[in-house]
Design a protein around this ligand. Structure first.
Ligand code: RB5
Length: 150
């Protein structure tokens, strides 16, 4: 699995912790910024990472801003992206098993590193269940087709 990673300044430190964790697990990843000390707009960096998932270069994305909310809003503008802002174990597990989340957004000003890494671990390791959930995802794909303006 290849993961695109990005943050703004508010998510920078947590992003570093997430990247260290991915490295420890031998999971290939690429940092799309921002860099240390920059003050940036989360929109620009979320877009770069998510574009890489849309192009097929990466399988999933992990995006970090202050709350995880701005990054989720940005990511969900892109066709085929199912971004979920996760704060607890249950929602994280469901985001994968029911929603087939391909983009995790985290809040660097909300979650301490250990809790965030617990969420990342669950998100990485939980399989999508398919079955009845695939019919629901298909409705999302259909909805995207109806509303997508290239
Ligand atoms: C930056 O101050 C903050 O607004 C941003 O990181 C994010 O939380 C937005 O959703």
């Amino acid at each position: 699995m290849k993961i695109a990673v990005a943050s703004d300044h508010a998510g920078y430190e947590l992003k570093k912790g997430v990247m260290d964790y991915l490295s420890e697990r031998g999971i290939e990843h690429q940092d799309f910024g921002c860099r240390h000390g920059e003050r940036v707009d989360y929109v620009d960096f979320g877009e770069k990472a998510v574009q890489s998932v849309c192009s097929g270069k990466h399988d999933r994305a992990v995006l970090v801003c202050g709350t995880g909310l701005g990054m989720a809003i940005v990511a969900n503008k892109f066709k085929g992206i199912r971004a979920t802002s996760c704060l607890d174990e249950y929602a994280t597990e469901m985001s994968r098993s029911h929603n087939d989340s391909n983009c995790l957004t985290l809040g660097g000003r909300i979650l301490p590193l250990d809790e965030a890494l617990h969420i990342v671990r669950i998100w990485l390791d939980t399989e999508y269940e398919g079955g009845r959930h695939q019919e629901r995802l298909q409705k999302i794909f259909d909805l995207e087709e109806r509303n997508f303006k290239p």
